[in-house]
Design a protein. Structure first.
Length: 111
């Protein structure tokens, strides 16, 4: 979807010449690490048998999620992605991620 279409998403049409479209951003404030409740699991569904470490439950801005994902991927020395409150780390790195999150002050559960 182009940026122009995203900007006016949800508006059908307005005939008012003075119409000023003010879209409210639903940006969520990032919770402190000790208030986060992250869940660490191993997933291989729909991945052709390849394992990924899945961290879910992050509440905050996309930028902060991306920063946390980048830090974890760098420390584990692998690739992955982060979006929609999920961080995917390629491979089985649950123990390493657990130690890293603990050092950063995050609360977590191993599933």
């Amino acid at each position: 979807m182009s940026k122009k279409k995203q900007k006016y998403s949800g508006i059908v049409y307005s005939t008012n010449e003075d119409f000023d479209y003010n879209r409210e951003e639903d940006e969520v404030e990032t919770l402190a690490p000790n208030k986060q409740d992250l869940r660490i699991s191993l997933d291989k569904k729909q991945r052709k048998g390849k394992k990924v470490t899945l961290i879910e439950g992050f509440i905050g801005t996309d930028g902060d999620l991306s920063d946390l994902g980048k830090t974890l991927k760098t420390k584990c020395g692998v690739g992955g992605s982060s979006k929609d409150g999920w961080i995917l780390i390629q491979g089985d790195h649950r123990e390493k991620v657990k130690v890293l999150l603990e050092k950063m002050g995050y609360k977590y559960k191993m599933l």
